[in-house]
Design a protein around this ligand. Structure first.
Ligand code: NAD
Ligand code: IPM
Ligand code: MN
Length: 348
């Protein structure tokens, strides 16, 4: 039987709660076809406060030995001064994305017919945001001068390389070819002229190789209008790291809530393990209450299964989620939702 080695990083807050449901569902979906070997890595704010370690090189090497990573969420109590400045988010989550060259941050959004969108008349909502994952303002290439004085100057530099932009744009075009062949580049070329110009030129050049894909461009501010007014205009959105972060929380909200939004941090070359995680964070406001929706984590596990070549298991997970959201009792709990979806997967 094929063996799959999964690195599990539950993380903080609701991260471990939703990840354990996703693991149950994944085991049920792969049962009998795959020998699933799960290795837990205790990482996150809690681990850091206990040990002083965020993510050592040895741990990165150990995680690299796995076929894929399933992550919950990281980030501790925002009021804790020891965690200020996103030390965990940058030192753990972003470090993993950079170390494993997750240059495609894939964030599909679809509104299930039984789920209520906050939009009055959402129309068809079924698109994928291809968010660049290793560049932009996320590289940490900034600094501040005269810190703490009235003359402080704080800089964050957005790094955009032709190599980095081209590879993610190519991925987005290839994806558009498999869908309804519509691609929207989202940027802010009217202000961010250097980075925007590069994204634009590369998109135009790659578009010439895909004459059947309809390409359109929106400034990011206008994109937020259309996401709310007419999300049906989108199929594949390709955008930079920061715009993609913001747009995908909005996308999650219009598709019925962030508790349903899944993502994959993909290393398409397969050199490093890809990492699958909900779009949401550690939700300290509801951690420990048993009310977190594990659906985003479960759908992230479906993306993981699909990425590892188990399309049938992925389909069974998605079908089970579809059935569950169509008849989900309210109120319900994190583990009850996981149990119902496991039962549906097992029955399929
Ligand atoms: P968040 O996504 O954690 O929470 C935003 C709101 O959504 C909260 O009201 C929360 O209760 C709700 N929510 C989130 N997930 C939910 C779920 N599964 N079911 C029901 N409700 C859910 O965003 P935030 O409050 O800005 O961030 C909290 C912490 O998480 C911060 O430390 C942040 O840096 C971190 N974070 C981590 C990740 C990640 O690990 N990938 C992503 C986003 C934020
Ligand atoms: C996400 C999160 C992260 C990001 C944070 C926690 C660094 O918001 O995965 O969307 O900005 O990418
Ligand atoms: Mn985010």
């Amino acid at each position: 039987m094929e063996q799959l080695r999964l690195a599990i990083i539950g993380g903080d807050g609701i991260g471990p709660e939703v990840t354990s449901e996703a693991r149950k569902v994944l085991r049920a979906a792969l049962d009998g076809t795959v020998d699933l070997v799960e290795t837990e890595f205790a990482l996150g704010a809690t681990h850091y406060l206990e040990t002083g370690d965020i993510l050592t090189d040895e741990t990165i090497d150990a995680i690299a030995e796995h076929d894929a990573i399933l992550l919950g969420a990281v980030g501790g109590d925002p009021r804790d001064p020891r965690l200020a400045g996103g030390i965990i988010e940058r030192g753990l989550l972003l470090r993993l994305r950079f170390a494993f060259d997750h240059y495609v941050n894939l964030r599909p959004t679809a509104l299930h017919p039984a789920v209520t969108s906050p939009l009055r008349d959402p129309g068809e909502v079924d698109f994928v945001v291809v968010r660049e994952g290793t560049e932009g303002p996320y590289v940490g290439n900034g600094g501040s001068l005269r810190t703490g004085t009235p003359h402080e100057i704080a800089n964050e530099t957005s790094v955009n390389t032709a190599f980095g932009v081209e590879r993610v744009v190519r991925y987005a075009f290839d994806l558009a070819e498999t869908r309804s062949k519509r691609l929207t580049l989202v940027h802010k070329t009217n202000v961010l002229v250097h980075a925007g110009g590069l994204w634009r030129r590369i998109t135009d050049a790659v578009a010439a190789e895909h004459p059947d894909v309809t390409v359109d461009y929106l400034h990011v501010d206008a994109a937020t209008i259309f996401l709310v007014d007419r999300p049906s205009r989108f199929d594949v959105i390709v955008t930079d790291n920061l715009f993609g972060d913001i747009l995908t929380d909005l996308a999650g909200a219009i598709a019925g809530g962030i508790g349903l939004a899944a993502s994959g941090n993909i290393n398409p070359d397969g050199t490093f393990p890809s990492m699958f995680e909900p779009v949401h964070g550690s939700a300290p406001d509801i951690a420990g209450t048993g009310t977190a929706d594990p659906t985003a984590a479960i759908l992230s596990a479906a993306l993981l299964a699909e990425h590892l070549g188990h399309a049938d298991a992925a389909r069974r997970i998605r079908d089970a989620v579809d059935q569950d959201v169509a008849q989900r009792p309210a109120p319900t709990t994190t583990s009850e939702t996981g149990d119902r979806i496991v039962a549906l997967v097992a029955a399929a």
